[in-house]
Design a protein. Structure first.
Length: 170
């Protein structure tokens, strides 16, 4: 089998190789502040009220404050401008140590322009929910998220998640 000596084909292969290398380096770059981050995708682009994604993470340093974020991905067809969710933060023994209803704006109220970063009709949001949170002890913690809107099934929500990071010196 003879390899092609076409210069255009060689250029495309070389270009593709460099794109793969750059993409790999980007993915492997360190995010030194991140302790934990996970997202749960919804298969039918809808978040049911009885679906409570669970996010488990280990805290080793209870003297360190942490920032906790909610991650949300939605389409521009999401029928509301905001999203209400209830979170349940549970300690190492499974006891709810904090719960609250949290409201976040996904679209600008007057213009309807989506907030967050987007590509096409999909937008991602990372919203600081609990800044500088101090855990009482080291150990395994979990956060459960529940949508708290007026619909049992909330359409056009693609995924939700949690990010926990070491709080910086802001």
């Amino acid at each position: 089998m003879k390899l092609s000596s076409n210069p255009i084909l060689c250029f495309h292969r070389t270009f593709l190789f460099f794109l793969v290398v750059i993409f790999s380096l980007t993915l492997s770059s360190c995010d030194e502040n991140r302790l934990y981050e996970e997202n749960v995708n919804f298969d039918q682009k809808a978040w049911a009220a009885d679906s409570l994604p669970v996010f488990r993470f280990q805290v080793d340093d209870s003297a360190q404050p942490y920032n906790i974020y909610w991650n949300v991905r939605n389409t521009v067809s999401y029928p509301f401008r905001n999203l209400y969710l209830t979170y349940y933060l549970e300690d190492t023994m499974g006891n709810v140590i904090q719960e609250d209803l949290y409201q976040m704006d996904l679209f600008e109220p007057r213009t309807g322009k989506p907030y967050g970063s987007g590509l096409g009709d999909i937008f991602s949001h990372q919203i600081l929910a609990l800044p500088g949170y101090q855990f009482d002890t080291a150990g395994m913690y979990q956060i459960r998220l529940q949508q708290y809107m007026r619909r049992d099934t909330l359409p056009e929500i693609l995924s939700v998640g949690v990010r926990v990071e070491v709080a910086g010196d802001n």
